[in-house]
Structures are given as C-alpha cells and as structure tokens.
Ligand binder design. Structure first.
Ligand code: PLP
Length: 400
C-alpha cells in the first residue's frame, strides 16, 4: 500500500516567497545574467571584527562542547543587561532562552502557547514566517490589513475590530518587515491594555529595534506595565543589529513558565545553540556599540536616496520607512501597463517584469500578505542601489 510521503501539515506550508525570489534570481545568474538583488533581507556589512575575534578565542579556548540547552549563563546575563539598558525591562536570566535566531524563538513560542484551533492576530503586511509557523504549531493565523495612509502603523480601532475571544496571541513587529512601520506609543499602550485585559499574549518581534531613522522611538511593549510584561514574550536576535545573520543567535524573554517550557521543547528539538556563536553574541551585546551606529547612519543615507529615486519614477510611490532596511513602494500605478504582449496585473507580475527586464530582484508584496507593493532591501552598497534603480527606471520605458 502506498503511504503518504509528506505529512499533510508540512505539505500545507507555502515555501518562503523571499527564498523563491532568490532562487529565480540565482537561476538567471547561472545563465550568466548579472542580477542585482534587492530581495535578501540581511545587512551587507560584515560582522564587526571584535565580535569575530570573540568566536576565534572561543575556538582556541576549546569552548566547543554542548552547553546548557537554554543558553550559556554568560549570554543570558548579557541579554538581561541589554533588555534593562535598552528596553527598560527587568528579566531574571531564567526568564530568557537562547535560540537559533529569532526565527526559532518565534516557532518555539507558538509551539509552547498554542493549542489546536487557537488563533493569532497579525497586522499585515507581515514577515513571511509567522503564518506558516503558527499553522505548523496547530494554530490559525488571523490577519487584518494596516493602511498605507497611516504609514502602515497598526491602530487601536483596527485591533479592537478584529479581536474575538478565540484570539490567543497578537504579533507586534516594530519596526516591521516589510513596511518599516513602528508602533506609536499611545496606540501601543491602548492595544496592549485592551488585549492583556482579555488574557491575550503579546508576541513582540523586535529584531529591527536599532535600525531606526529618528522619526519615531522604539518602545518595547513589555515596558508599558507589569501586567503587560506578564503577558509579553519578547523575541529578538543579534542577526540584523550586528550583521550576524549567519551566526544564528536569537533569544526570547518572558514569563518563567513559558520560557521554561520553550527550553524543554528546544532540548528535544535541537539542543543548545552553537557554543562559539553564543560567545560571539556576548561580545556583540556587551561590547562596543559604535559599529551599530555607523551601520544605521549608512542605512539612513541609502534609504533617503532610494525613496527619492523611486518617487521620481512614473507609476511608483514610496513612503519613508520609520525603521528596518526595506522600502515598500506602491506599484499599483504600473497595473494595466503592457510589455512584449504581457500585462502587469499585480505585484507578482511587476516583480517578474523587474527581474526579466531590469535584471533586478525584488519581493512581491503578496509574500507579506499584501498586494499592490513590492519590497526593496536597501542593505546594499550605494553602487548597487544606484545601478539597480537606474535599471528599474530604464525598464519602465518599455511599458506602454
Ligand atoms: N523577524 C523578522 C521580522 C524578520 O524580518 C526576520 C528575518 O528576516 C526574523 C524575525 C528572523 O531573524 P533571525 O535571523 O534572527 O532568525
């Protein structure tokens, strides 16, 4: 008898659209076509030298064995200090678990708090993995769309309208991937008070907290009150802030019972995080923070350049993001335009057009549950940004 080869649950996952864009771009590259990719969401900068040195030292010191599953005490202490110093929240080290990037921390949160059928409310556009992770954990994502005219910042009234008693958790991603939107303090307080009153967990993904452009202030929701803190699970990582995406170190902080259960799950699912990378993360969090300021200053210049150029192109409008390193231009002005007998009808068609005719890879908004937009990464050198935008601008001449 033929057995089902792939489980129904895993067969139901959508492949990551950001990865499939990179895949398409790589296919063209293999054909010898020079592609500029604005698709991959990671810093172009190298990991700062003092952080690399900490890893080299760890290797030479023989720090190469299993560690405590939830993380080495030194790193949990460093995370606690960081949360106090930068976010004004006080956690004991046993309220912290070290994970393989924020991605694993998020998955462990969903696995730990969701029962079958529990719903998680997510403002869109949103990061690609939330919905699939929630489904894998047996839960159900429920979406509501934020508005471009509000700079994609979620509003209290929108949350209230979409809340129901089956909502177990709410996702706060500020600054947001892909829009760069940052929650305003007043709205965040109202949203948190309303949801916590109803026993909802606040899962707060703060991986872009340091990549901000002076328009807004980052506020960690857990700092807004004891009861709110009791319902918050803070997720963060060293990936984006310190240009350490490949090192795979993230963490979650929250109520002791939830964190303990996440650690138990991790103990069987994957075990401890790479011992050497944990040592490097200690240095990242406690060491010199100047490289972070330098990188953010550079992102700011690139953002301004990219937004200005995109706004000068016919059919494209682009807001300044509050944070993160993405622009999310509205490309609905291109809909209905034709080239080579094809019509651009949606964001997927527009991304295909840019790839085929401009040799520039961007991610269609549909990947983030939002059509009518595409996402450009500006964590790229100024030369690449300039060249990529020149190509996009020229390709628009092909449209009629
Ligand atoms: N959360 C958001 C909003 C992201 O954009 C990403 C990465 O793109 C992650 C989490 C995962 O980051 P990490 O590298 O720490 O797993």
């Amino acid at each position: 008898m033929e057995k089902q080869r792939i489980s129904a649950q895993v067969a139901g996952i959508s492949p990551s659209a950001t990865e499939s864009t990179s895949f398409l771009a790589n296919q063209l590259r293999r054909k010898g076509i020079d592609i500029i990719s604005f698709a991959q969401g990671e810093p172009d900068f190298d990991t700062p030298d003092h952080i690399k040195q900490a890893a080299v030292d760890a290797i030479h010191e023989g720090f190469t064995k299993y560690t405590d599953v939830p993380g080495i005490p030194e790193l949990k202490e460093a995370v606690a200090l960081k949360l106090q110093r930068e976010n004004n929240i006080t956690y004991d080290p046993d309220q912290i678990v070290i994970s393989s990037g924020a991605k694993q921390a998020l998955y462990e949160v969903f696995r730990t708090i969701l029962n079958p059928g529990d719903q998680v409310l997510i403002p869109t556009p949103c990061y690609v993995s939330y919905a699939e992770q929630i489904k894998l954990a047996g839960g159900e994502p429920v979406f509501f769309a934020t508005k471009e005219e509000n700079n994609f910042r979620p509003q209290f009234d929108e949350v209230k309208e979409h809340y129901s008693s089956t909502i177990k958790a709410f996702i706060i991603n500020s600054p947001n991937n892909p829009t760069g939107a940052v929650f305003e303090r007043e709205e965040l307080q109202k949203i948190a008070d309303f949801l916590v009153e109803r026993g909802v967990y606040l899962i707060t993904d703060e991986v872009y907290e340091h990549i901000m452009y002076d328009t807004m202030q980052h506020i960690s929701v857990a700092s807004l009150g004891d009861k709110i803190m009791d319902h918050s699970i803070v997720v963060n990582s060293v990936s984006k802030t310190y240009a350490m995406t490949g090192w795979r170190v993230g963490y979650a902080a929250g109520p002791k019972d939830v964190i303990q259960a996440m650690g138990d799950f991790q103990g069987h699912a994957s075990g401890n995080i790479n011992s050497i990378a944990q040592k490097a993360a200690v240095t990242a969090l406690l060491g010199d923070q100047q490289p972070v300021r330098d990188m953010v200053a550079e992102y700011g210049k690139r953002k301004n350049y990219m937004v200005e150029r995109l706004n000068a192109m016919p059919g494209i409008t682009c807001r300044h993001p509050d944070g993160a390193f993405y622009t999310f231009p509205n490309i609905t002005g291109l809909f209905g335009k034709t080239y080579d007998g094809n019509t651009i009808e949606n964001d997927l068609d527009a991304a295909k057009f840019f790839l085929e005719k401009a040799h520039v890879a961007v991610v269609p908004g549909a990947a983030f549950n939002s059509s009518g937009y595409v996402r450009f990464v500006f964590a790229k050198s100024m030369e690449e940004i300039k060249e990529g935008l020149d190509r996009i601008e020229q390709s628009l001449d092909l449209l009629s």
